[in-house]
Each structure stands twice: as C-alpha cells, then as structure tokens.
Design a protein around this ligand. Structure first.
Ligand SMILES: Cc1cc2nc3c(=O)[nH]c(=O)nc-3n(C[C@H](O)[C@H](O)[C@H](O)COP(=O)(O)OP(=O)(O)OC[C@H]3O[C@@H](n4cnc5c(N)ncnc54)[C@H](O)[C@@H]3O)c2cc1C
Length: 528
C-alpha cells in the first residue's frame, strides 16, 4: 500500500486547498503539520506567532475531523520527520507523494525546502507543490505577472472534500504534545490583545468587514484611530492561509458588483472602498513575488549600490529608544505601545516607524525589520522585507518617502486621542504641547505633575536636521552614475507593470478585461 502526505505549512484550511484535493483523489492520506524547532528559534518569529498558529491548527483539526482525517502533529526537522516516517512504519506502506503549497518564506524555510527536495529525489518520493497565491515560481519576466495573477484569481475555487470522505492515516508513533514556547527556546510573552487565530475567526472578521466596516475603508485606513476598524484586519489570516487569497478576491468582487448595481450613494461609496481593498490584495502578491524572485532581499539591499550606506553606523542607543517607545515623538512612541499590546498597526504608521528609524535615527533596516517582524502578528516575509527596504530607500527604484511624525500627528490625530490612549503621560499634557511635549516650560511641567526628560522623552535628534542630512546621503548615492545604471535591471525584475498596461490599453479594451482586472484597476493610485 502507498499513501500520500498533505504537508500543511502556511495554508491552514480545507477550503480551496489544491494539495488536499489532489491527495484525496489518490487514496489514503496523512494530514501532517510539522512543528520545526529550528524555525521557531529564528529571530523573526515570536511567541504571538506561535500561539496564533496553535489556535489556527486547532481549528484546522476540527475541520479535518469532519472530513474523516485527524491532523497529525510531528515535532522535528522536516527531512528528519519524513525519513523517520519512511523507516519507522513499513506496515503503514510507503509514502509515495507529498502534496503541499509553495511557500515564499524566510531564508530558513527556503533552505529547508531545498533540503526536502533533495531528500525526495534520493528517496523516490514525489513532492508536488501548488501555487498558494498569485505568486509565480520560476517567473521569467515581470511582463506576464499581472496576467498570471488575474488568471489565478478568477479561476474556480476548490470546494473542501466531502464530509467523511478522507481515508485518514495516523503517524506510527506516540502522539506528540504541543511544546510550550520556552522549551523551543523562545523568550518573551504573548501579545495581550492580539487577534485570535483560526478559520472560524477569519471568516467572521471577513464577513463583518464586507457587511459593515468596509464602508469606512477609503478615508479610514490612514489614521491609527479609525484604521483598526476600517481596515479588513485579514492580514494574519492571509499570512497563515486560514483564508485563500482567491476566495477573498472572489467574494469581495461579488460583494462589490452587487453594491455597484445599487442607486444608493452609500452603496456606491462602499463599492469604491472594496475596489481599493482589492488593489491591496493585488499588492500582497506583487510584494511577495519580489522575495520569491530574489530571496536575498531579506538580507541584502535590493540595490547593491546602497551597500555600506548605514551598515557601519549602527546606533544602539537610537535602536533601544525606538524599541522601548521613548523616541520622544508621541506618535512614534504611541505606535510602538499599540503594537506591543495588539500586534497590529496600520500601513501608514508602519511606514512612519520605518521612515523615522531609517532617516531620522539612521538605523539599518535589517535589525529594525527583525524587531518589527516579531511585533507584527501578520508577519509575511515577502511583504515585510520588500516594504522595509522600500521605506528605507534601498530598493533604488522607489521615491524617497519620509514621514514626519509631527505632521502625521497633525493630520491623523489632531486632538491627541491616539497618543493619549496609548501613552498615559500624554493625558497630562495640555493640547498646545501635544505635538512637541518636550517644549513645555518648567513651570507648566510642575503644574501638570510631570517632568520632561523623565516622564516624557526628549527626541534624540532634531528631526528636520537629521532627515535633511539623511536624505542628502541617500540622494548623493542615487545620483551616482553606476547606481543609476543598475536601476533599470531592478525595475525590469521587480517593477509593477500595471500602470503601464492600463495607460496603454486605454478605455476601449476595458470591456475585454476580466472582472478582477476591472475591479483592481478601480484603484491603483500607488504604483509600486
Ligand atoms: C514596513 C512595513 C512592513 C509590513 N509588513 C507586513 C507584513 O509582514 N505582513 C503583511 O501582511 N503586511 C505588511 N505590511 C503591509 C500592510 O501594512 C499590512 O498588510 C496591513 O496593515 C494589514 O492590515 P489589513 O489586513 O487590515 O490591511 P487591508 O488594508 O485591509 O489590506 C488587505 C490585505 O492586503 C494586503 N496589503 C495591504 N496593504 C499592503 C501593502 N502596502 N503591501 C502589500 N500588501 C498589502 C495584506 O495582505 C492585507 O491583509 C507592511 C507594511 C510596511 C510599511
């Protein structure tokens, strides 16, 4: 007898799951999750990811049970687990096939997948991988990428196997217990108010977004006050594959087209919001594709002409002030406090944090990115590292974006509700000093019962001076002849083609566009 293994990784669902369907069609199937101690020791993962994973696996196990299989947990390194499985249980039969989704993960999972590929070849096991999102493995040219994305997103969703239809197989050794994070060498605590894992939660969050919260998506996603409810909050569920990207795209399109048929202005507005949301779903894969095509970007500058820009000037005091939320800029410190408590912050505030770190504090993106990866419950290596480099100005192809935290506070938290919510000391600061509390006169400090330099940090640098200097250094490199010359190859490999296509297609061709293409082209104001 032979059997297949469905190796679950970051695709924790039974719906729209091609590997599960393919395995089920072959006969007996083992549904396996491998908890890899070496992965959990990596510096980009934290206890919150581990606990969120556990919740998501519990939910997956319930769904699999309904289908007739028990989720198997093995603790160990991937090739060792498969080798053990092959040798320990001849009575079970041979593992003939491993089915999984392709994963664009960090350097560690990339190396692990290469090792498993070698093991499969030696052992005569067929390992078949399926595309997980719109990311294309072995992409030859970016020119065809958008077309492939739209084709994947509009293809048919795969239903879950029928109830009790799976012939589930169990591991041939004693059931393993879920290790506590400390036993895997993880330190730190879980994030107290993070989102809860699992498909059931994901579906609830998505439904609520489509029904109600998406009204406020456009216009609501930039302020950290409105963003927690205006944004979809699907990111951690997409990162672990509790929902498939294709089902999110198709369900959103259906809702959007329904709303568009209405004469109600509110519905029209909501439809536009969903159009903006769809364009983010496209970015999701666009950014992950960068890491897929160039795994080194997790570790090195995308444009190697920027090597040496910040590397030798690491400032530990600046980094510690940032991590501890005492940079002195209330908007920055409040974001750090919110992240610590909830594991999430909106896009604009993430960009502001990295911009302040990279320009005003002149910190290299890699250690800052590792710290943020642990803070973000939705850590997705492809998006994360591409965004880190984009905000730090080392891609060589994006305009320099510097977010001034004082201006951000004026625009997105003019009455100080956000900073006062997350920084209790700011509640004692009068309105006129909200933006620059360190300027409070000594007498006023005394009246308010606080001390600048003790209860309220003084910024480590003058923002304007430090960023002017930083921008000048980045721009000096940017205008270097060799650096400029190397840019074309990066644009060719990683640049978005969507805007170019749309402008050259003109209106006439829009009738021939797929539903996804029409929806996504509704909003593509930021071309990355
Ligand atoms: C420095 C930095 C690091 C980031 N790291 C991550 C990360 O590790 N994981 C992650 O999912 N997002 C990351 N983002 C992108 C973005 O901030 C989050 O996707 C978003 O805040 C998640 O909340 P949401 O699901 O409610 O977003 P929504 O606005 O509701 O968007 C829906 C989905 O679209 C995708 N998306 C949204 N914005 C972007 C974007 N700018 N780029 C690519 N995809 C996007 C995400 O999958 C998101 O879940 C990062 C942004 C920056 C600036």
């Amino acid at each position: 007898m032979t059997f297949s293994v469905v190796w679950f990784k970051r695709d924790l669902r039974v719906h729209d799951h091609a590997p599960l369907r393919a395995a089920a069609e072959r006969g007996p199937v083992m549904c396996l999750y491998i908890l890899e101690p070496s992965l959990w020791r990596q510096p980009d993962y934290a206890v919150q990811h581990y606990q969120f994973l556990r919740e998501s696996l519990r939910d997956l196990a319930l769904h699999l049970r309904e289908l007739g299989a028990q989720l198997q947990l093995a603790v160990g390194e991937v090739t060792e687990v498969f080798e053990r499985l092959r040798c320990t249980a001849p009575e079970l039969g041979d593992v003939s096939h491993i089915f999984s989704h392709e994963e664009t993960g960090n350097a560690h999972t990339f190396a692990r997948d290469l090792a498993l590929g070698r093991w499969c070849k030696q052992s005569g096991v067929v390992w078949q991988e399926f595309a997980q999102h719109g990311v294309v493995r072995g992409l030859r040219s970016r020119d065809h990428w958008d077309k492939a994305w739209f084709a994947h997103m509009s293809s048919k969703l795969l239903a879950a196997p029928a109830p009790a239809s799976l012939q589930g197989i169990c591991l041939p050794w004693v059931k393993e217990v879920w290790p506590e994070p400390q036993t895997l060498g993880m330190s730190g605590f879980d994030t107290p108010r993070r989102q809860q894992g699992g498909r059931a939660m994901a579906v609830e969050v998505f439904d609520e977004f489509l029904d109600k919260r998406s009204h406020w998506y456009r216009g609501g996603i930039s302020s950290p006050l409105s963003a927690p409810t205006a944004c979809s909050r699907l990111s951690p569920y997409l990162a672990l594959g509790c929902l498939s990207m294709r089902e999110v795209v198709q369900t959103t399109e259906n809702s959007m087209h329904e709303l568009m048929t209405s004469d109600d202005a509110q519905h029209q507005r909501q439809a536009k919001s969903l159009g903006s949301f769809l364009s983010r779903l496209h970015w999701h894969c666009h950014f992950i594709q960068k890491l897929e095509s160039e795994p080194e970007l997790e570790l090195h500058n995308l444009h190697r002409g920027y090597d040496g820009l910040r590397e030798e000037e690491w400032n530990q005091a600046h980094f510690e002030a940032l991590v501890e939320g005492r940079t002195g800029w209330p908007m920055v410190d409040a974001c750090v406090a919110m992240l610590r408590e909830t594991g999430w912050i909106n896009f604009r505030m993430r960009a502001m944090l990295v911009s302040v770190a990279s320009y005003a504090l002149w910190l290299h993106w890699r250690p800052v990115g590792l710290w943020l990866a642990r803070q973000f419950l939705d850590y997705e290596p492809g998006i994360h590292w591409s965004q880190m480099q984009m905000q730090a100005g080392t891609t060589g192809i994006n305009a320099t974006r510097v977010y001034n935290p004082i201006k951000q506070a004026q625009d997105h938290d003019p009455h100080g509700q956000f900073v006062r919510r997350w920084l209790p000391t700011m509640r004692r600061v009068p309105d006129m000093f909200l933006l620059q509390p360190w300027l409070m006169p000594a007498e006023l400090q005394q009246q308010c019962g606080l001390q600048v330099g003790k209860d309220i940090a003084i910024p480590l640098v003058d923002f304007e001076t430090a960023t002017r200097l930083a921008k000048a250094r980045v721009h000096a490199l940017r205008s270097d002849k060799e650096v400029r010359a190397a840019k074309a190859a990066i644009v060719d490999k990683h640049g978005s083609r969507l805007r170019r296509q749309h402008s050259s297609q003109g209106d006439k061709s829009s009738k021939r566009k797929t539903k996804s293409q029409q929806s996504t082209s509704l909003q593509h104001s930021l071309d990355f």
